[in-house]
Design a binder for this molecule. Structure first.
Ligand code: SF4
Length: 711
C-alpha cells in the first residue's frame, strides 16, 4: 500500500462536459483519478474515458520527446535542439511572408489547446504576421452552432447551464447521442427522469442509439430533414396555441415570416419527407408546448451539415416562439464537442474572429486589438482560411506553410485523401503534438514535442461557459514543452520578443482578460490566482470597479430578456428547409453518416493507448440495415467495401435495425496507423461545407456497399 503524497484538482481533457477530476500521485509515482465531488458540472461523476485518463500520461511509449526536423522529405526526421527547430521554422516563415505575403502561412489548431495557447497563436498570426489564417478543428464540430447563436441571439453564447437539466421536463435531443458522447450530462438527464417520471425525452436521429433507446419518443428522420421536422413542430405549436405571444411581440423580430414559412407545408407532408409519422410530430410538439422547462440539446447531426446553420436556427426558433429561454430549465443548448472549443472562440481562435468575440470584418474591433497588441502590422480585413480551405489552398500552392497543433487532420478532415495530397505538396509542415500516433507527424518537416494533460497549466471553458484552471502536476518527459511556451519562444525567434516576453501562462491569461473589458464575455474579475481558489466560474464575471471586487458569475443568460443583438431583440430567422448535400444515385444509393463510439476520442491518439477502452469496440464496423444488407447478400461479420465518389473503405459489416433503411454508419476514429487495412472513414466524406459556418457535411455522404471480393 503506497501512501498518497499529492492530490490535485483538475479537469478532464476529453469532451466539452468538462468534468472535475482529482488526480492522486502516489509516492511511487503512480497516478490514480477519481471524480471531483465538489465540481458543479460533474458532481463526482466520470465516464469511462475520464476514469482512465491517467493511463494516457503514464504510458510514455509513443511520446514525442525531442524536436526533430529534416531538410527534405526524402530524409528521415532527426533530433535537433529547440533553438535549431524554432530558428529554422522562423526563417522559413519570414522568407515565405516576405516572398508570398502573410497569407502564405497558416496555423491549424485544436479545441484541446488551452485558452492561453489559443490566445498566443491568434495574437501572433493576426497581430504580428498580418494574416487571419488561424483555424481550428472546432470548425469541424461547432461552427454552425456559433453562427446560429450569433444570428438569433446576437452572440456566440450558450444561454443555459447544466443546472437547467434539473429544472427541465422535456429534453429534445436532436442529432446527438449524449449517452455515449456526453455521458455525464446524460447521467444528469437520466437522474432527472428517474426523479420525475413525467419528464419526457425526445430523440431525433436516423439511428437508434442508447440515447434513443432511453427516450420516450425516438424520431428516426431521414438524414438532412431536421429543418422540415422543426418547422412542422413549429406549425403545431402555432396551431395549438402554445406560443408566448407577449414574448414574441416584446422581444423578437421575424415571427410573421416564420409563420408563413412553417404554414407552407402540412404536418403530413413534413412527416412524409422526414420518413416518420405525423402523429409523432404532433406528440413531440404537444410535449414541448405543455412543458414548463424545455431544453433542447444538439451536436454533430445538426452542426456537421451543409445546411447546419439553418438547422440550428430552426431549433432555436422553437424556443423563441414559445418564450422558452432565459428562465430555469429552458433554452437551446449546443453541446460542445471538445474540452476547450468554447475557450478557443473566446480568444478569437478562428479565421473570422478576434479576442472577446470581436469580428475581423469590423474596423472598430480591428483597431481596438491593433492598439492593444501594438504589433508591427495592421490586422487583415478579410477573414482567413478556414479548416477545409487551408488544405485546399495548400493543394493549389497558394498556402505554402502550415503549423498543425494538437490535432490530426490526416484522419479527421473530410475528403482526407485530398488533405494528404495537400500536405505532400506543401512547402513546409510543422507538427506540434504529444504523440507519434498522430498520423500527421509523418508529413512534417519539423516536429515539436508538446507537454500533455497534467504537464502544463492553463484554463479551459466547458459547454456551460464554465472556466476552470488546470494546474501543472507532472514534469513533461524529455524536452517536451507547454504549447504556450513553444509559441512565445517562436515569436521571439521571429523578432517579436518585446510583445511575447512571458514568464508563465498566468501572464498570458492576464493579458487576454484585459481584452474582455466591457464586452459581453467580460471576465475582468478573473485571473489564474482567483481560478485556483474558486476552481471554476461561468462567464461573464466582471471586475466591479465601484466596489473593487468581481461581480457574481452568470449561470444563465437573458434572464432580463435583453439579447445581444443591436436592438436587444432575438431574431427568428427562417430559411428554405431543403438539404444541399451530395445527391445519392443508382451508383451510390446509400447515405453514410459518421460519428463516435462510446470509449474512443477523435483519432484515438489518447484513448487508443488504453487497453480498457479498446475492449469496448476493438475494431471499426459498418452498421447497415438488414434489408439493405440482404439486397447485397451481406451478413454480419463479413468484410465489405464501402465505396464513395472520392475513395473507399474496407470494413466488417454489422447488420442492425438500429439504422434506418437507406442509411449506414461508420465510426470516425480509426486512421492508417491504427488500422492499416481499413482505409480512413474520411476517404469517403466530401468537402462540401455550410456556406455561412464553413462546417463540413460529415453526416451525409453518398456511398455504395458491396461484399469485399479478394482481387
Ligand atoms: Fe471527460 Fe466528457 Fe467523460 Fe466528463 S463526460 S469524464 S469531460 S469525457
Amino acid at each position: 500500500m503506497h501512501q498518497a503524497t499529492n492530490r490535485h484538482k483538475t479537469t478532464c481533457c476529453y469532451c466539452g462536459v468538462g468534468c472535475g477530476i482529482v488526480v492522486q500521485q502516489e509516492s511511487n509515482g503512480q497516478l490514480t483519478v477519481e471524480g471531483d465531488k465538489s465540481h458543479p458540472s460533474s458532481r463526482g461523476m466520470l465516464c469511462s474515458k475520464g476514469m482512465n485518463l491517467h493511463y494516457t500520461v503514464m504510458d510514455q511509449s509513443d511520446r514525442l520527446l525531442y524536436p526533430q526536423m529534416r531538410m527534405n522529405r526524402s530524409m528521415p526526421l532527426q533530433r535537433v535542439s529547440w533553438d535549431a527547430a524554432l530558428e529554422r521554422t522562423a526563417a522559413v516563415f519570414k522568407t515565405l511572408v516576405e516572398k508570398h505575403g502573410p497569407d502564405s502561412v497558416a496555423f491549424y489548431v485544436s479545441g484541446q489547446c488551452l485558452t492561453e495557447e489559443y490566445y498566443l497563436v491568434n495574437k501572433l498570426i493576426k497581430g504580428f504576421i498580418g494574416s487571419n489564417n488561424i483555424d481550428t478543428n472546432s470548425r469541424l464540430c461547432m461552427s454552425s452552432a456559433v453562427v446560429g447563436y450569433k444570428l438569433s441571439l446576437g452572440e456566440d453564447a450558450v444561454p443555459v447551464c447544466y443546472d437547467d437539466i434539473e429544472e427541465a421536463d422535456v429534453f429534445f435531443v436532436q442529432g446527438a447521442n449524449p449517452a455515449w458522447c456526453h455521458p455525464i450530462i446524460w447521467r444528469r438527464i437520466e437522474a432527472r427522469k428517474e426523479a420525475n417520471p413525467n419528464v419526457k425525452i425526445i430523440s431525433v436521429d436516423p439511428r437508434l442509439t442508447d440515447t434513443g433507446r432511453a427516450s420516450d419518443l425516438h424520431l428516426p428522420i431521414r438524414p438532412g430533414t431536421d429543418i422540415t421536422l422543426n418547422y412542422a413542430i413549429g406549425r403545431v405549436l402555432i396551431e395549438e396555441k402554445y406560443l408566448d405571444e407577449e414574448f414574441i411581440i416584446d422581444h423578437t423580430d421575424g415571427f410573421t415570416e416564420y409563420r408563413e414559412q412553417v404554414m407552407a407545408r402540412t404536418v403530413e407532408e413534413a412527416a412524409d419527407l422526414c420518413g416518420i409519422t405525423a402523429a409523432d410530430i404532433r406528440q413531440a410538439a404537444e410535449w414541448i408546448g405543455r412543458s414548463k422547462g424545455f431544453l433542447s440539446l444538439w451536436t454533430m447531426g445538426m452542426n456537421q451539415s451543409v445546411v447546419g446553420v439553418s438547422k440550428n436556427l430552426s431549433l432555436i426558433n422553437l424556443h423563441l416562439i414559445t418564450g422558452r429561454i432565459g428562465t430555469p430549465g429552458n433554452g437551446p443548448f449546443s453541446l460542445t464537442g471538445q474540452p476547450n472549443a468554447m475557450g478557443g472562440r473566446e480568444v478569437g481562435g478562428l479565421a473570422n474572429i478576434l479576442p472577446a468575440h470581436r469580428d475581423v470584418t469590423n474596423a472598430a474591433h480591428r483597431t481596438e486589438m491593433e492598439k492593444f497588441w501594438q504589433g508591427p502590422v495592421k490586422i487583415a480585413e478579410k477573414p482567413g482560411l478556414t479548416a477545409t480551405e487551408m488544405f485546399q489552398a495548400m493543394d493549389d500552392d497558394k498556402l505554402k506553410a502550415i503549423w498543425i497543433i494538437n490535432t490530426n487532420p490526416l484522419v479527421s478532415m473530410p475528403d482526407v485523401n485530398s488533405v494528404e495530397r495537400a500536405l505532400k505538396k506543401g512547402r513546409f509542415v510543422v507538427v506540434q503534438d504529444v504523440s507519434s500516433r498522430a498520423d500527421t507527424v509523418a508529413m512534417a518537416d519539423v516536429v515539436l514535442p508538446a507537454a500533455a494533460w497534467l504537464e502544463k497549466e492553463g484554463t479551459m471553458t466547458n459547454a456551460e461557459r464554465r472556466i476552470t484552471y488546470l494546474p501543472k502536476i507532472l514534469e513533461a518527459p524529455g524536452e517536451a514543452l507547454p504549447d504556450a511556451e513553444i509559441i512565445w519562444r517562436f515569436a521571439q525567434k521571429m523578432g517579436f520578443g518585446d510583445r511575447f516576453n512571458y514568464k508563465n501562462a498566468a501572464e498570458v491569461y492576464d493579458e487576454y482578460v484585459q481584452t474582455t473589458t466591457d464586452t459581453t464575455l467580460d471576465i475582468t474579475g478573473l485571473s489564474h490566482e482567483i481560478l485556483r481558489r474558486q476552481r471554476s466560474v461561468q462567464w461573464p464575471q466582471r471586475m466591479d470597479a465601484a466596489v473593487g471586487k468581481a461581480s457574481v458569475a452568470t449561470p444563465r443568460l437573458f434572464a432580463d430578456r435583453k439579447f445581444f443583438t443591436p436592438n436587444q431583440r432575438a431574431q427568428i430567422r427562417t430559411a428554405p428547409d431543403g438539404n444541399a448535400s451530395e445527391p445519392t444515385d443508382t451508383d451510390f444509393p446509400l447515405v453514410l453518416t459518421t460519428g463516435r463510439v462510446r470509449d474512443q476520442w477523435h483519432t484515438m491518439t489518447k484513448t487508443g493507448r488504453v487497453a480498457k477502452l479498446n475492449q469496448h469496440i476493438p475494431e471499426p464496423f459498418l452498421q447497415i440495415n438488414p434489408q439493405d444488407a440482404a439486397e447485397r447478400d451481406i451478413n454480419t461479420g463479413q468484410l465489405v467495401t464501402v465505396q464513395g465518389r472520392r475513395g473507399e473503405v474496407r470494413v466488417k459489416a454489422q447488420l442492425s435495425d438500429d439504422v434506418r433503411q437507406g442509411v449506414c454508419f461508420l465510426p470516425m476514429h480509426w486512421g492508417k496507423i491504427l488500422h492499416s487495412t481499413l482505409g480512413r472513414t474520411n476517404n469517403l466524406t466530401n468537402s462540401l461545407v455550410d456556406p455561412r459556418s464553413k462546417e463540413p457535411d460529415y453526416k451525409f455522404t453518398a456511398v455504395q456497399v458491396e461484399l469485399y471480393q479478394k482481387p
